[in-house]
Design a protein around this ligand. Structure first.
Ligand SMILES: O=C(O)CCC(=O)C(=O)O
Length: 246
């Protein structure tokens, strides 16, 4: 469960750090598996996501992507079964939600900048939020390596960034950068204004996005279409329900 303070921060700012939920060994093993997949999939890496009509960003030249991690190894189960993360998602979306997609995103050296955006087309009235993300840091996020920027409190804004900013690519005066060690996890309400920043180092800035939506929304990746018998067989019904593959 989230502490009262964590819940208050999430409600007020639209994001909260859950601290380091992955050990150094877990991060290393995940990064090793990611390397393997990037190598194996080559130019098809991320293709499941780019085929989806519900993706809000077209293929980004500035970032490496992998998609459908649900079906690419039991090592990725933790990203949608971790009790504390699910409790953070419940705090934003209520009891009725499902996994929308489980993807890897790494900002490449010199690249990775994104406009400030939200992950839903419309403004949400009275806190009836539809989408919520968790970002899992696979490298330390620091000031200059493409850390995610967030404008605290904007999940309650009456406007979308492109409606009120002259240029959504520019820094926002109130933006903050998520900075924390590898293994840390942040929950962020996907209606908060956010985006990737430029990675000004010579190494990748790696992360996994475990992204959820309310039950009445379409998944970014249709999990029923992609689910394998192997994945289904190792998952409790509770988690199959979260994937919406029952
Ligand atoms: O990886 C990040 O820093 C943020 C990515 C993001 O907001 C997105 O791809 O929609």
């Amino acid at each position: 469960m989230l502490t009262t303070n964590e819940l208050e921060v999430l409600e007020k700012d639209g994001y909260v750090s859950l601290g380091q939920l992955l050990s150094h060994e877990q991060v290393s093993a995940i990064n090793e598996k990611i390397n393997e997949l990037i190598h194996l999939e080559g130019k098809n890496a991320g293709s499941e996501l780019f085929e989806s009509k519900y993706i809000r960003h077209p293929k980004e030249e500035g970032a490496d992507r992998l998609a459908d991690l649900v079906n690419k190894g039991a090592i990725f189960d933790i990203f949608y079964t971790h009790a504390k993360v699910l409790s953070g998602i419940t705090a934003v979306l209520g009891e009725h939600f499902k996994l929308s997609s489980l993807n890897y995103r790494a900002a490449k050296p010199g690249l990775g900048h994104q406009k400030l955006h939200v992950d839903y087309g419309n403004l949400i009235a009275d806190g009836n939020y539809k989408v919520c993300n968790s970002i899992w840091l696979l490298d330390d996020f620091v000031e200059n390596n493409g850390a995610t920027r967030i404008v605290p409190g904007t999940h309650k804004s009456k406007s979308l960034p492109n409606e009120v900013m002259d240029d959504v690519n520019l820094p926002h005066p109130n933006q903050v950068l998520i900075q924390a060690p590898a293994g840390s996890v942040f929950i962020f309400n996907s209606h908060v204004w956010h985006g990737g920043t430029t990675n000004n180092t010579n190494k990748l800035r790696r992360s996994i996005h475990s992204y959820f939506c309310a039950s009445d929304q379409p998944q970014q990746l249709n999990q029923k279409k992609y689910i394998t018998e192997e994945t289904k067989n190792r998952l409790d019904l509770k988690y199959q329900k979260i994937l919406d593959v029952l």
